[in-house]
Design a protein around this ligand. Structure first.
Ligand SMILES: Nc1ncnc2c1ncn2[C@@H]1O[C@H](COP(=O)(O)OP(=O)(O)OP(=O)(O)O)[C@@H](O)[C@H]1O
Ligand SMILES: [Mg+2]
Length: 274
């Protein structure tokens, strides 16, 4: 039988199971991220968000199931090809000691360079743009290990931008950032999505920011997909009670119409979920 070319344009996880050694974390997760949107992945600590992101980005091999990037099994694609299509910001990235911001951001261009890893004019342009977009131009010559947590986080975001990929997977891109820089990063993500058509999946803990900046929420709970959909349908008192064990009030934002969340209290263990 001839296999027809797969016209699918999204990122798809099918029956994805992932674990560490004998410890199963994700169990048969099915997820489809269509091209073009901003999806926020939310869930309590330890629910498997980073593990899912790593499996989607091929940093971790699944113990079962498949990840399809635009219809192709990601496990079978060459690494440079994956890096040209998908950039990932891990939760706790580590760089070699002494590496400067410019050297880090440069790494984003090597998947595009030829075998001699010679950077061309368009590579230098992409590095300059990525540094400017993250407000890191003035830090280019500084060593990463001599930056504040927020400055370092922005340098890593610059690396993913320099990679210039149609897919962006960000694990807690706003941690370590003050509220001004948090909004700056989220607005940058929204702009990249709007102006360059970049599809974004980002892990966020702030549910109000997730509801405001993402058009879709995916909720993980205990390694399983709990719910997914537009913020207005997913961010409910019942979900917050069941998944996050909190009582909260949901208020529609007068300006955006998106749901706002007012946390009231943590629910003691054993209390009914709603
Ligand atoms: N390297 C590892 N080895 C063993 N277990 C791990 C490892 N990394 C994570 N885990 C476990 O896998 C589960 C899911 O972890 P994961 O990092 O995906 O959670 P998360 O949802 O990203 O949490 P957080 O919000 O705290 O970042 C947790 O129970 C965690 O203890
Ligand atoms: Mg995590």
């Amino acid at each position: 039988m001839m296999l027809a070319p797969n016209p699918e344009t999204g990122l798809r996880a099918e029956a994805l199971s992932v674990g560490y050694g004998d410890r199963a974390v994700l169990e048969r997760v099915a997820l489809h991220l269509p091209r073009g949107g901003i999806t926020a992945l939310v869930g309590p600590n330890g629910s498997g968000k980073s593990t899912l992101l790593k499996a989607l980005a091929r940093i971790m091999a699944p113990s079962g199931g498949t990840v399809l990037l635009e219809g192709q099994a990601i496990a079978r694609l060459p690494s440079a090809e994956v890096a040209r299509r998908l950039a990932v910001l891990p939760q706790a990235p580590v760089a070699p000691a002494g590496m400067t911001v410019a050297e880090l951001v440069e790494q984003g261009r090597y998947p595009h360079a030829g075998p001699l890893r010679m950077l061309r004019r368009q590579d230098h342009d992409a590095i300059r743009d990525a540094l400017a977009a993250t407000g890191m131009t003035g830090f280019a010559g500084r060593a990463l290990d001599e930056l504040s947590g927020g400055e370092r986080q922005r340098a890593w975001i610059a690396l993913t931008l320099a990679q210039d990929t149609p897919w962006l997977l960000l694990d807690e891109p706003t941690t370590f950032l003050d509220i001004g820089h948090q909004l700056e990063v989220l607005e940058l993500v929204a702009r990249l999505n709007r102006e360059r058509g970049i599809t974004v999946l980002m892990v966020l803990h702030d549910l109000a920011q997730a509801a405001r900046f993402a058009d879709r929420l995916v909720v993980l709970h205990g390694g399983r997909l709990h719910s997914e959909g537009p913020p207005g349908t997913v961010l409910t008192p019942a979900m917050l009670a069941e998944v996050f064990r909190i009582e909260a009030r949901i208020i529609p934002d007068a300006e955006t119409g998106r749901p706002h969340m007012l946390p009231i209290r943590h629910l003691p263990d054993g209390a009914p979920a709603c």
